[in-house]
Ligand binder design. Structure first.
Ligand SMILES: [Zn+2]
Length: 351
């Protein structure tokens, strides 16, 4: 879910990183500029380091994170101001089985383009989120692929519906009077494997956007993004502008809660604005509330939700309750005119 730090590619001026778990990081715990430089120059960002992994079958690209990758995430967390201190996860065998099955069961049209682009799915504890994707660049600095990281500890106790309900509740301040429930699986399939599959779909959406023209590269500083006409998916919802320079949506005037949609730095929207927020979302072309938080997550969420609902024929419904009474139901948008232009882009990608 989490996107990596936004930073320019820069040479590392820090001492070189030692690498193993427990080794010292090349940057102090609060030194953001050093961590950003070190992360961008780190081997885990470079295709040459991932070549052996990319040569393996998918089933062998899934497992505990190598120490170098944990080090990279530790630097990324410092660069982002996350307090989490990641460590290698020896995920339980049944969890690893769930991840492998969740991936295997995806449609061929989703897996095929990943053969040369997905370096693997790795497990890290105290990641600072459920899932994480970052890009790999080749020797010329061109985006060449990506890797996915999952935190098993976040997922061990969840089923698909409890995880989705937890995630989509996080932008709202807790309240006894207003709550939401999310259904992404039928009772028979409401298990951890299906939670993992939905999370993987979101992260795979990020991987497939790397080096594509769906939205600007998330590592490009905003003042260097330039003309955006080359990103047709992005252009359906987003504009870069204002002061301070930021990604804004075409719907910000009619959907004022959007600027407070935050999934990782604590809830900002009062719970009694839940219904208003989802009513506003229904007037946009965003598939989910998370889509409206960033152009990269707009694409990843649209991709995940489209594959899940349309291609895999799974349920998706959000129900909002006010004083125990059902106040609003928010369904998938793929048969609605508001999401038709985005559906066209996804159909072309997945044909
Ligand atoms: Zn994401």
């Amino acid at each position: 879910m989490r996107l990596p730090l936004l930073a320019a590619l820069a040479l590392c001026l820090c001492t070189s990183a030692a690498g193993g778990e427990g080794d010292k990081l090349p940057c102090a715990p609060k030194d953001k500029p050093c961590a950003i430089r070190a992360a961008m120059a780190h081997p885990a960002k470079h295709l040459s380091w991932w070549k052996p992994a990319l040569a393996k079958p998918f089933s062998e690209r899934i497992g505990p994170a190598p120490a170098k990758l944990v080090e990279f995430i530790a630097l990324d967390n410092i660069g982002n101001g996350f307090p989490n201190k990641p460590r290698i996860s020896k995920a339980p065998a049944d969890f690893v089985r769930d991840v492998k099955a969740a991936f295997e069961e995806l449609p061929e049209a989703v897996k095929r383009p990943l053969t040369n682009r997905l370096a693997g799915i790795y497990f890290v504890e105290d990641l600072g989120g459920t899932g994480f994707t970052d890009m790999i660049v080749d020797d010329a600095g061109k985006p060449a692929g990506g890797f996915i990281v999952l935190d098993p500890t976040v997922l061990l106790q969840h089923t698909a519906n409890t995880w989705a309900t937890w995630r989509d509740g996080t932008p709202f301040k807790p309240s006894a009077d207003d709550r939401l429930e999310v259904t992404i699986e039928t009772p028979a399939n409401d298990n951890r494997k299906q939670a993992i599959q939905y999370i993987l779909l979101h992260e795979i959406g990020h991987v497939l956007s790397i080096g594509s023209n769906f939205h600007p590269n998330w590592n490009t500083p905003l003042d260097q993004v330039g003309a955006t006409a080359q990103y047709p998916f992005y252009e359906l919802s987003w504009r870069l502008g204002g002061s301070p320079l930021a990604y804004r949506t075409l719907f910000d005037a009619a959907f004022p809660q959007r600027k407070d949609v935050v999934y990782y730095f604590g809830p900002r929207i009062p719970a009694d604005q839940m219904v208003e927020t989802y009513t506003g979302l229904g007037k946009t072309n965003f598939a989910t509330l998370y889509s409206s938080s960033h152009p990269g997550d707009d694409f990843a969420e649209a991709f995940a939700n489209y594959v899940h609902v349309v291609m895999m024929k799974r349920p998706f419904e959000i129900r909002l309750y006010h004083f125990g009474q059902l106040a609003l139901t928010y369904p998938a948008c793929w048969s609605e005119p508001r999401c038709a232009p985005k559906r066209v882009v996804l159909e072309a990608l997945l044909k």
